[in-house]
Design a binder for this molecule. Structure first.
Ligand code: OXD
Ligand code: MN
Length: 610
């Protein structure tokens, strides 16, 4: 237990509200894991998978109405509505506590309340933040064991007077009409009720490590970002690190675990995963920006994961993994759409119903064995390419920050921003097109600044100001880039092969960060000269490379209109520097558009430099 008075008082308070039959303090031991698993399996909540082929692995189905993050039920509860900003749903703190309190009231009767002390970031690291989650879900406890560092070591680090994020979670009756995910940044508190889905219920992840952490980071002078962290080791053994932010369905986990193509591998480069979803960044004593992955595992999307798209992820989930809402095969292993090999002849689908391949629903649509958002929860240490430095308490130094979206047109394969402030503008105007898999019109562009739209715990106008401010404070800032793996040709086919081939772009990015690498200046930033990307072993016509790097001033001028509308939604709170960047881009585009009347836009602006 603990001698932290604040913690004891808070646990008592929550117990009085939720009225559990029993309170269990989670110590994080192996013996405890076995007891919890046994209990969940014997009560039919979890299924033990084939222990020879998937040792230590478990299977779980969520309620069919509880399979994804519910952004419309997610709120930032600040005293002033404007502090939450137009990017968030807002509720006043008294309303939030009252509404969720009514649902929590007595909701743990007949259940156990688990107390999970957890650390985001290695325990004791200068990056680390401590949280304590109360929950009535064993599934949540078992997932938190993988995704965070939990137990007695955390209580020790918390000590008698340490502060922590108060995270109260309860399943209640899993009713979508009685579900609320509330953040009270001014109280360092999260209340989540009515959902057992990871993104809503594992409170260390999106709720603490992004929404609350972004608020704290703004106050304390650091950054909490929706970014992967990747290490690239050169043939001499020197490792450089990049972070990259992409909206969902843009291949973040795949990029984090990238395996370069053979032609590049031969040069002796090695790729190392530090994190696949969240980066906390601080200014180091050497004046560079240093990053830490606050998580301890991967909560990855299963469908589409196979030995071609992500061989390292396939190896990562071979043991000690919890699979959620995938297809359960008759041999007690798992499958999902886009997994290796043929679909099984039969199985039990994510809703617990018998399934055979080719089954259709009443409207003739194929019935999926795995939910499109089905997940694996796997320990980071399982990953064959996990960086030897991934738990370094000081983090890893960052050479480049990469922003990216899914754009069929417009954005070139890669470009480098002019400087930090322009890089912030590039991140702030980031956008992605909706895919057929998502609700909404296909191709519709959604603004998703820094991939943080669903995760920024405060007014994004202030968030942009904070990014600009950080630029003024970092003596040796990383360079900022934008990539687009998703440009298509006139037949709608991707022009860039993606996956491991993205290493070709990363090599140029690192070269540029060191001050090498050939580039052409354009109105939107610097792009590689046609010979600057190493295309060895890749059979891509030069005309395709030219099209991948083409910048159409007219299209960009249209895009600029969208930036304007987006910026206007923040009113006067938007930093002036964002408008300066907007006017600067407009000016550069119009000037080169005039020149382009004589020459093509790319050649008109081609001031080659290296
Ligand atoms: C995630 C997400 O689960 O971004 O990582 O939704
Ligand atoms: Mn994410």
């Amino acid at each position: 237990m603990t001698d932290n008075k604040k913690l004891k008082t808070w646990v008592d308070e929550c117990a009085r509200l939720c009225k559990p039959d029993k309170i269990v303090w989670v110590d994080g031991s192996e013996a405890e894991r076995k007891v919890l698993e046994e209990e969940a399996v014997s009560r039919g909540r979890l299924i033990r998978l084939d222990q020879e082929r998937l040792p230590g692995s478990l299977y779980f189905r969520t309620d069919p109405n509880d399979v994804a993050r519910t952004e419309h039920l997610t709120f930032i509860c600040t005293k002033k509505k404007d502090d939450a900003g137009p990017n968030n749903n807002w509720m006043s703190p008294p309303d939030g506590y009252r509404k969720a309190g009514d649902i929590f009231q007595g909701s743990m009767k007949g259940r156990t309340m688990y107390v999970i002390p957890f650390s985001m970031g290695p325990i004791g690291s200068p990056f680390a933040k401590i949280g304590v989650q109360l929950t009535d879900s064993i599934y949540v406890v078992l997932n938190m064991r993988i995704m965070t560092r939990i137990g007695s070591g955390v209580l020790k680090a918390l000590g008698k007077d340490g502060d922590f994020t108060k995270c109260l979670h309860g399943k209640a009756d899993l009713n979508v009409n009685r579900r609320l995910i509330l953040h009270f940044p001014e109280d360092n508190t999260i209340w989540s009720v009515g959902s057992g889905y990871g993104g809503n219920a594992l409170l260390g992840k999106k709720c603490l490590s992004l929404r609350i952490a972004s608020w704290l980071a703004n106050q304390e002078g650091w950054l909490a970002e929706h970014m992967l962290i990747l290490g690239i080791e050169d043939p001499k053994g020197h490792v450089e690190y990049v972070t990259a932010a992409f909206p969902s369905a843009c291949g973040k986990t795949n990029l984090a675990m990238l395996i370069p193509p053979d032609a590049l591998k031969k040069k002796g480069y090695k790729y190392w995963t530090v994190g696949d979803d969240i980066a906390w960044l601080r200014i180091g004593p050497d004046g560079r920006l240093w990053a830490c992955n606050p998580e301890n595992g991967f909560f990855g999307v299963a469908p589409g994961t196979n030995s071609k798209s992500n061989p390292n992820a396939v190896k990562t989930v071979q043991r000690s993994t919890i699979f959620t809402n995938v297809l359960l095969k008759d041999d007690n292993t798992v499958w999902w759409e886009g997994a290796d090999g043929e679909p099984p002849k039969s199985g039990i689908d994510w809703q617990g119903k018998p399934w055979t391949p080719g089954q259709k629903d009443a409207n003739g649509k194929p019935l999926l064995g795995a939910h499109p958002n089905s997940r694996f929860t796997a320990p980071a240490k399982n990953c064959p390419c996990i960086s030897p430095n991934w738990e370094d308490p000081q983090g890893v130094p960052i050479s480049a920050i990469v922003f990216g979206g899914r754009r069929a047109r417009l954005a070139p394969l890669v470009y480098q921003s002019l400087n930090w402030s322009h890089g912030v503008y590039v991140g702030a105007t980031m956008a992605s097109e909706r895919t057929a898999a998502a609700v909404g019109t296909v191709g519709e562009v959604r603004r998703d600044p820094m991939a943080m739209l669903p995760f920024c715990g405060y007014n994004m106008a202030d968030y942009f100001a904070h990014w600009l401010d950080m630029g003024r404070k970092i003596p040796k800032p990383p360079k900022i880039f934008h990539v687009n793996w998703f440009r298509t040709d006139e037949h709608g086919k991707f022009m860039w092969p993606g996956y491991g081939e993205n290493a070709r772009v990363l090599e140029w990015i690192l070269a540029r960060s060191r001050g090498d690498g050939k580039a052409v200046e354009t109105p939107i930033g610097s792009i590689p000269t046609p010979d600057a990307l190493d295309m060895n072993g890749l059979d891509l016509p030069k005309s395709t490379v030219d099209r991948l790097l083409h910048i159409d001033n007219e299209e960009w001028l249209e895009e600029l209109e969208q930036h304007k509308l987006f910026f206007e939604s923040f009113g006067p709170r938007l930093p002036k520097e964002m408008w300066n960047q907007y006017y600067g881009l407009g000016k550069r585009l119009t000037e080169t558009a005039v020149l382009a009347g004589v020459e093509s836009p790319a050649s008109a602006s081609s001031a080659v430099h290296s």
